[in-house]
Structures are given as structure tokens and as C-alpha cells.
Design a protein around this ligand. Structure first.
Ligand code: SF4
Ligand code: SF4
Length: 110
């Protein structure tokens, strides 16, 4: 999952490493589609701000971001009419014009 340090960074270093293209870009943060991720771990070491964690290794401070990653796909996000689900590759969706409410509510990140 991807946590708060990614917000407003959006450098996409992780996207280039993902063999299954399951890292999707919202307006302010990227999100990993949990059903498409194969847990290869290739994305984690390239993140310049240590925003990526395996679920079991997530620091307590970022625990809400597991649900944010899951629900970004499983629930209807603001302004949308249906859940994003499992699109089968971020190249198909491009940059998505919304974020999970947890991310959307944050002030600009330095
Ligand atoms: S761990 Fe998941 S999100 Fe990260 S590169 Fe591998 S498949 Fe992609
Ligand atoms: S590498 Fe890290 S900061 Fe960059 S887009 Fe991916 S999760 Fe966000």
C-alpha cells in the first residue's frame, strides 16, 4: 500500500518498476490495486520518500492508508458513479480525477 508521504509528490518512480501496472494515479497520490498487485516488492525500494509498505509492515501512523488504498478501488469515490474496481492496468485509466477522501482532505504537503 501507499501512504501519506506520497501525497503531492507524484514522481511515479514506483510506476516504472511495477511488472503488472497496478499502481494508479489519483489527483494527489498514487494507489496500489490490491487484487492486481503480485507482492513482488519491486516498487518499495525506489520510492524516494518511503511511502510504500507491505500491509503487515505499515507504521501505525499510516494505518488508515491501507483502507484508503483498498477503498479507492472498492468504493464509489467522490464525483464517480461506480467503483473503479480492477481496471486491469493503470495505463488504461491514466490520471484519475479524484482521490480517497482521506487524501483529498489533507492540506498541501511540503
Ligand atoms: S509489489 Fe505490487 S505494486 Fe509493487 S511493483 Fe510489485 S506488483 Fe507492483
Ligand atoms: S515512488 Fe513513492 S512518492 Fe513516488 S509516486 Fe510512488 S509512492 Fe509516490
Amino acid at each position: 500500500m501507499i501512504a501519506q508521504p506520497c501525497v503531492d509528490i507524484l514522481d511515479r518512480a514506483c510506476v516504472d518498476e511495477c511488472p503488472v501496472d497496478c499502481i494508479y494515479e489519483g489527483e494527489r497520490m498514487l494507489y496500489i490495486q490490491p487484487d492486481e498487485c503480485v507482492d513482488c516488492g519491486a516498487c518499495e525500494p525506489v520510492c524516494p520518500v518511503e511511502a510504500i509498505y507491505y500491509e503487515d509492515d505499515t507504521p501505525e501512523a499510516w494505518s488508515q492508508y491501507y483502507d484508503a488504498n483498498v477503498n479507492f478501488f472498492a468504493e464509489v469515490m467522490p464525483g464517480q458513479s461506480e467503483p473503479l474496481g480492477s481496471p486491469g492496468g493503470a495505463a488504461r485509466t491514466g490520471v484519475l480525477p479524484f482521490d480517497h477522501p482521506l487524501v483529498a482532505a489533507l492540506p498541501p504537503q511540503a
